[in-house]
Design a protein around this ligand. Structure first.
Ligand code: ASP
Length: 458
């Protein structure tokens, strides 16, 4: 059996819900469906989850949220109307949504989770009815009955490992099960949500629990692209990606699936496929544990801005035992998390997300490094972008780094630093923020337009 997860854009209106029904009907393997809350219908629309958050905040401020909730009810009602579903379904959805406003709000986070989860919970009721109406018998599955038991970390709950045993029996449902994504129940029976975008996590957990043949994640893109389409014109598609490659890419801004979200399915060996609800016939991007053919290639080029680098120089640093540890200790004391630490004989840089470092903290860190480590020079370089060139097969290739550096130099981009991950699955180039797009474009065209290093297909 397959577990299919549909994101918010796939459920935004009645036409989208009909596409979901057709997709599920097209393959009898699709027996467990996980849904997000209805998303945006257009760029200036508001996601149901965001509206629910606004309602919850109003209640917590002591304001009347009835009108705001009526807008949410209407989002569901319009889909319900267009699909001509039984009245009882809408009555249940309305009662559930409106009823949540009166729930116990003494615990802020817990109350907010109850509100946030309402989008998914009612989308599942609606989709189960829509499937049944379209000729595919389906039922809404209540996460509490199914055993989705999570920690009480409201807003960032995690599944209890012991939950898998009961969840496994979802494979024995005698019709299609429609499961709301994004939340579970803690041991005291309170709703607790995963982090935002958490329906992906639900899908992945269920795929692992039932030992699915495939976890299909339906979204609104045909496939993951080799580079960000906002930076590179019409980039080629990635047909196959390993979880490690995906992690490296999503770290630097690839946002299709969050690596933590797919972890349960990956661990259970369930292949994942990212597909487009609007064009389900397209092959999509598969996430597989390893590439069948190992060849020297780059699978993706990602980039992220907003980094800075603390540069530290001290003569004879290489002979000083514990220098690196003491430097990192200062950062740890200041609660700063770092990303990379390129180093030389007498110098070391620490790359970190710039948002963590306000000017007071920055001066304090610089002073501490000077005083406590006796550094000769300390400086902070702001506004850096990191370019990640990723591919498991890269370690088998000769000249892949040369291709990237030559491309950067030809484009007139100065490389501020470079780092090859010890696993040789990625190369990182630090460039000035203003050079980010130029850097990605030049590396992309060197690898893909000149045909050097890819098995990806357009
Ligand atoms: N609806 C939730 C959110 O907006 C969860 C999800 O869509 O996966 O974060």
């Amino acid at each position: 059996m397959n577990v299919c997860k549909f994101g918010g854009s796939s459920l935004a209106d009645a036409a989208q819900v009909q596409k979901v029904c057709r997709i599920v009907a097209a393959d009898a393997q699709r027996r467990l469906v996980v849904v997000s809350a209805p998303g945006k219908r257009s760029d200036d629309d508001i996601k149901v989850t965001d509206r629910l958050i606004a309602c919850g905040e109003m209640v917590l401020r002591g304001e009347n949220a009835s009108d705001a909730m009526a807008v949410v009810v209407e989002r569901f009602a319009s889909i319900h109307r267009e699909l001509s579903l039984p009245q009882s379904v809408m009555d249940e959805i309305r009662a559930d949504l409106v009823g949540r406003l009166d729930a116990d709000a003494t615990h802020d986070l817990r109350f907010m989770d109850l509100m946030k989860a309402a989008g998914e919970d009612n989308a599942a009721r609606l989709v189960a009815a829509a499937l049944t109406e379209s000729g595919v018998p389906a039922m809404y599955v209540n996460p509490r009955d199914a055993g989705m038991v999570v920690t009480s970390e409201y807003g960032e709950a995690r599944l209890l490992d012991s939950a898998y045993t009961k969840l496994a029996s979802l494979k024995d449902l005698d019709c299609v099960g429609v499961f709301p994504g994004f939340f579970g129940y803690d041991v005291d029976g309170h709703v607790a949500t995963f982090s935002r975008g958490g329906s992906d996590i639900t899908g992945s957990i269920l795929a692992a629990a039932v030992g699915a043949d495939m976890y299909e994640n339906f979204t609104d893109v045909d496939s993951v692209k080799v580079a960000d389409p906002r930076i590179v014109d019409n980039p080629v598609a990635i047909t196959e990606l390993t979880p490690r490659e995906m992690r490296e890419l999503s770290y630097a801004g690839f946002s299709v699936l969050h690596d933590e979200a797919i972890a349960p399915a990956v661990k259970a060996g369930v292949p994942i496929c990212v597909k487009n609800t609007n064009r389900p016939e397209r092959p999509g991007t598969r996430i597989v544990s390893s590439h069948e053919k190992t060849s020297a290639r780059v699978v993706g080029i990602a980039s992220a801005g907003g980094f800075c680098s603390i540069y530290v120089r001290k003569y004879l640093m290489n002979r000083e035992v514990g220098f690196g540890r003491r430097l990192l200790q200062i950062l740890e004391d200041e609660g700063l998390s770092y990303e990379h630490t390129p180093s030389g004989i007498d110098d070391m840089s620490v790359v970190l997300a710039e948002a963590q470092l306000d000017s007071t903290r920055e001066s304090r860190v610089i002073k501490r490094i000077m005083d406590e480590l006796g550094a000769d020079d300390v400086g902070v370089e702001h506004d850096l972008a990191l370019i990640m060139v990723v591919g498991e097969g890269m370690r088998f290739g000769v000249g892949l780094a040369a291709t990237a550096t030559a491309a950067l130099s030809e484009a007139g981009v100065n490389i501020e630093m470079m780092n090859q991950g010890s696993s040789e699955i990625s190369m990182m180039f630090g460039v000035k923020g203003a050079d980010r797009a130029k850097a990605v474009q030049s590396i992309y065209s060197a690898y893909y337009e000149n045909g050097t290093a890819s098995t990806a297909t357009p």
